[in-house]
Design a protein around this ligand. Sequence first.
Ligand code: GLN
Length: 539
Amino acid sequence: MTKYVFITGGVLSSVGKGIVTSSIGKMLQVRGLSVTAIKIDPYVNVDAGTMNPFMHGEVFVTEDGGETDLDLGHYERFLDVNLSKENNITTGQVYGAVISKERRGDYLGSCVQIIPHVTDEIKERIKAVARRSGADVVLIEIGGTVGDIEGLPFLEAARQMYIEEGEKNVLFVHVSLIPILRTTGEQKTKPTQHSVQELRRIGIQPGIIVARCETMLEPEAIRKIALFCNVPSKAVFTSPDARTIYEVPLLLDRQGMGDYICERLDLKPSKPDWSSWKAIVESFNEASHVLRIAMCGKYTKLTDSYVSIKSALEHAAAYVGARIELEWFETTVFEQDHSKVSGLRECCGIMILPGFGARGVEGKILAVQYARENDIPLLGICFGFQLAIVEFARNVVGLSGAHTTEVEPTTPHPVIDLLPEQRGLKELGGTMRLGASKILLKPDTLVSRLYGKDIVYERHRHRYEVNPKYWDVLEGAGLRFSGWDEEHLRVEFFELPGKRFYLGSQAHPEFKSRPGKPSPPYRGFIEACLRYLKDEKMK
Ligand code: GLN
């Protein structure tokens, strides 16, 4: 029998449901159980791909090319599994499917309604993931906050599943905020009581309450939550501020949460083996050096826009015994005042971040130039890779006005141009080159050394690429194209020999980075930053 754990959120969004969901998964995994995780996003978009990162944070790309919610990234990193686009369910997908079934005549004769047709579709999608994964436990995180109108059909579907699958097979975990009043230092439980009341109003009684609180809950707060939310006090847990998010599963399990979930769901776990996870968590807490990394992009006001890149840098730093400190540069600032670029001097590595559109592009190009001329380690990802090519074309090859046609369609030197298959596309949703594909690495190159192999698979999300017409002049001027797609039709990696570290990747290796198993390009970058820091100190 598959077990289902639904995770809901109360009081406000960003309360840490994604980390709690991932942590529940980890607690079950270390007990020998197999786990998969689904994120439900109640917005009407079919996927996260068409949303501005300012609205919703990063778009996480799965192996199979889903443009999904960033929580899937947390699940993959904690659980060390690859998930599918089907693990992210949205209102757009559900209604889209119901409406096309109605048009086909599948519901002939009936009046199509939210209950049962929409809720059936939701349940069917959850069960399809359960079947395909074969997991012992399916975690389903319902995005947003209890009380949101758009979340109601999903909560209703969850309520029905409790009855249909049986109480031993379904568990509701409610994650809620417990604020502390600064004046009295008191932990306030009332907002949580209200959000649980809201859940019970629609027929869901949470089995577990996880309180997100800066400090561990006081006995009095636990007593109140238990009493007013109608749960035993042993079912109330605290998710306190942690040194690293990877510590959260340990902190929750120490309070007995893993055992409680197993007991409640009648699971037969083995004895938890935390040894390898603890070693990973330790590696995040020990740091001999602090590496200041420049993050050059345009969504820098919401750093969740780059959460996988941040994570990949953290994984790499922990791996080499260092810690990173990120310095965010909104690159339009460089455009307004060129002298601001020299602020990059304080950093021992420069990341040129992915993105779309014209804003901040010239500033990113200035940052690339600064890295190249001052030999500061550089890693360019996707748009960052493309703009580093533009910089090289303009300033080394001497192709004045070189550009990407994404920004300057009439440039005299379109060194970055649309992928041929993108020409004539009318729709924007889900039409980029998406997901994992094979990359062949040239022998004796930086990337082949970093990966330690010559075939790798990395995930993509782009419409533009290096224009084949410029391959020869770029390589002739010293740039090395060290990774190619299988047909040798598109450039996947470039590097600049002779530099401390100068690497660009058309794909997004950050999506496959895991704690304890950092992505090779990020590991190489961080190692170079560390060497550079030490060299500079020796001077
Ligand atoms: N805008 C660029 C393209 O579409 C890069 C995309 C990205 O950075 N993810 O090719």
